[in-house]
Design a protein around this ligand. Structure first.
Ligand SMILES: Nc1ncnc2c1ncn2[C@@H]1O[C@H](COP(=O)(O)OP(=O)(O)OP(=O)(O)O)[C@@H](O)[C@H]1O
Length: 238
């Protein structure tokens, strides 16, 4: 089993280019991206709309295939990886999106349980136990059997966090997790993510336009026109 220490890169991107389309419609959207993210780091990626943040996040997440350069996740190369290798890699990740993507017909605990379905070795009882514990950790122990429609925006996002974390992923990828939330709920959600990531030893790569949450990052990276133009330690982190 692989053990990680804080100096080991969990995400290592070197000379990564990415294109959409073919032939005359082929368009380069990422240019020579280089970034190394170590275990336990919280990295926020920011920058203007269309600068390539989501594209980079989906490549790191194995949601699309990297074509050129090197993209190593937990020591495994994902550039030109097969569909099977990408599926395998996705098991290391928890995803949190702007729209929480909860299933409306499932209760909170059933939604969280979905985060364990890709791990067939866990028994149904164990799945329920872990899901309940995770919901308790995000402060929703009293709402296990609520449907998403009966939860506030912040509570729904907390269910999504529980679903992302229930399988103990090494890496959490979050795309605009506060965009649909008011100021206080957004703050609560990212502070919860920060706390749980530190407790569970997760690395977080988070895309946001929300300047109010930049201070939770250990490092902020800035994208513009497909280039990573700034990569430094957060001036606001303690
Ligand atoms: N599936 C796709 N097919 C073709 N072009 C795409 C596709 N997805 C994104 N693009 C283009 O790639 C570029 C980068 O888009 P991306 O969504 O990664 O930017 P972003 O920084 O995440 O933007 P936003 O902040 O608005 O979410 C844009 O020019 C976009 O139009």
């Amino acid at each position: 089993m692989q053990t990680l220490n804080s100096l080991e890169p969990v995400i290592d991107v070197q000379n990564l280019d990415h294109y959409f389309g073919y032939g005359q419609l082929k368009k380069q959207v990422l240019f020579n991206i280089n970034i190394t993210i170590n275990a336990g780091e919280i990295v926020i990626m920011t920058g203007p709309s269309g600068s390539g943040k989501t594209t980079l996040l989906t490549l790191v997440g194995g949601l699309r295939s990297a074509q050129s350069g090197s993209l190593q996740i937990l020591g495994k190369e994902l550039c030109n990886a097969s569909a099977k290798q990408l599926t395998q890699a996705r098991r290391n990740h928890g995803y949190i999106f702007q729209a929480h993507n909860l299933h409306g017909s499932l209760t909170a605990i059933q939604n969280v349980r979905m985060g364990l379905e890709v791990h067939p070795k866990i028994s149904p009882q164990e799945m329920l136990m872990r899901s309940q514990k995770m919901l308790e950790e995000v402060g929703l122990g009293e709402r296990l059997n609520y449907y998403p429609d009966n939860l506030s925006g912040g509570q729904k996002q907390r269910v999504a966090i529980a679903r992302a974390l229930v399988s103990n992923p090494k890496i959490i990828l979050a795309d605009e997790p506060t965009a649909a939330l008011d100021k206080q709920s957004g703050r609560d959600v990212v502070e919860l993510m920060q706390k749980l990531a530190k407790e569970h030893g997760c690395t977080i790569l988070l895309v946001t336009h929300d300047n109010r949450i930049l201070d939770i990052a250990d490092r902020i990276v800035y994208m513009e026109d497909g280039h990573l133009i700034r990569d430094g330690v957060s001036v606001m982190s303690s």
